[in-house]
Design a protein around this ligand. Structure first.
Ligand code: AMP
Length: 400
């Protein structure tokens, strides 16, 4: 099937057209992602600076005015590249599925409105997805569309993991609870890790660390998410490129009393914290280089981030009743042997031991980086959110 995968942000849309087979005929949804289906990227691109048409310094009209115009451009690019072949479906990455969506769904008007009602929970992301869905509906009204939610995989969290210890009315009136994000990646990687270990998906328990620009760690028990480090928003948990992760909530009150308003605190914690706040750079490669050259603040940033993640791994080892593996994925997890070493060296108390050479060896496929004598394996498993979205879309649409 020809699937257009759309990842709509507030000022950009990433797109791919993939030739994807329903990976597991007879089932639908992400759990069908076992990596056995065929899959190929035919076209990939990004439309940036949406809403900035005509504002280019050089007087060039390089932006587009809105999401409808961006989709128009994507439609043209796709049409040309496919030489008249038609798309079979569109798969949308949707950040927030609230409490309702626990799996990918076929989109209709009611579903679009339900996603729109979740806008207050993801004010930067969900409105863009809704615009993308409506633009596709206007352009290709008969094309099936599927929504794949970042939160869905975490709908299996037990209540003691998703509740915050605050008055019940905050949950009832405002939906304040842990939702968790990066679910598409965590689910895909958990399935791949199980396969690598020759276990059934529902027989796998482990800890998955998705370490990209945003970073989160998830506890998987019997194939299901039972805890995750991001919370009500993607600000919670690990030290990220520009986000603080966990901090004492009273710091916000303190800053407010010092005269900072909500927008300033938002900017501080989401854009100027994390590696950027500690080391002055949000890119892990640069931070590692600076630390290797003797930079103290860069080494401190690596240690704060590595220590935080190691603590979470210890905690989630308990949460899953004994992990069968620790798994690294995404930009940093797949590529930065230095950061992986920083984390795994802190896990000796759990009997987890790195194979130094295996950890340093570059690779593009799933691999083991722990020593023979390690209590449990440590794996690197590449993620591919677009592939997961395409396969989930193919699985749902082929059932129509
Ligand atoms: P992602 O959001 O998954 O694309 O990951 C982005 C992060 O991955 C950035 O912090 C990059 O510095 C990091 N990254 C990508 N490639 C490498 C690499 N070869 N070594 C270390 N970090 C990397």
């Amino acid at each position: 099937m020809l699937i257009l995968v759309l990842n709509s942000g507030s000022s950009s849309i990433k797109y791919q057209v993939r030739e994807t087979a329903n990976p597991n005929p007879g089932t639908a949804g992400l759990d069908a992602t076992d990596g056995t289906g065929s899959d190929e990227v035919l076209i990939a691109g990004t439309i940036e600076r949406i809403g900035e048409a005509g504002t280019d310094d050089g007087g060039q009209d390089s932006g587009v005015r809105n999401h409808t115009e961006a989709l128009e451009r994507i439609g043209q690019a796709v049409g040309q590249a496919l030489h008249g072949r038609g798309l079979d479906a569109v798969g949308h990455r949707v950040v927030h599925g609230g409490e309702r969506f626990s799996a990918p769904v076929l989109i209709n008007n009611e579903i679009t409105r339900a996603i729109e009602r979740l806008n207050p929970l993801a004010p930067l992301h969900n409105p863009a997805s809704v615009l993308g869905i409506r633009a596709i509906t206007a352009k290709w009204p008969d094309l099936p569309q599927v929504a794949v939610f970042d939160t869905a995989f975490h709908r299996t969290l037990p209540e003691h993991a998703w509740r915050y210890a605050v008055p019940d009315e905050l949950y009832r009136n405002h939906g304040i609870r842990r939702y968790g994000f990066h679910g598409t990646s965590h689910q895909y990687v958990a399935a791949r890790a199980a396969r690598f270990l020759e276990l059934p998906e529902d027989g796998f328990s482990g800890v998955i660390a998705h370490l990209g620009n945003g970073a989160s760690v998830t506890a998987i028990a019997a194939g299901q998410s039972v805890d995750t480090s991001m919370g009500f928003t993607p600000l919670a948990g690990l030290v990220m490129g520009t986000r603080s992760g966990d901090i004492d909530p009273s710091i916000l009150l303190f800053l407010q009393r010092q005269g900072m308003d909500a927008d300033a605190i938002d900017e501080l914690l989401n854009r100027r914290s994390g590696l950027a706040g500690l080391a002055g750079n949000n890119d892990m490669r640069s931070v590692v280089e600076a630390a290797d050259a003797g930079g103290r603040s860069a080494q401190l940033a690596l240690d704060v981030a590595g220590y935080r993640l190691a603590k979470y791994i210890g905690a989630y080892h308990v949460a899953v009743g004994g992990a069968q593996a620790v798994v690294f994925t995404a930009g940093i997890g797949e590529n930065s042997w230095q950061f992986r070493a920083n984390v795994v060296e802190r896990l000796a108390a759990l009997g987890i031991i790195l194979d130094v050479d295996a950890n340093r060896a570059p690779g593009r496929t799933s691999r083991r980086i722990s020593a023979q004598g390690s209590a449990i394996p440590v794996l690197v498993v590449p993620t591919d959110e677009e592939r997961a979205i395409a396969e989930a879309t193919a699985a749902l649409v082929s059932g129509l």
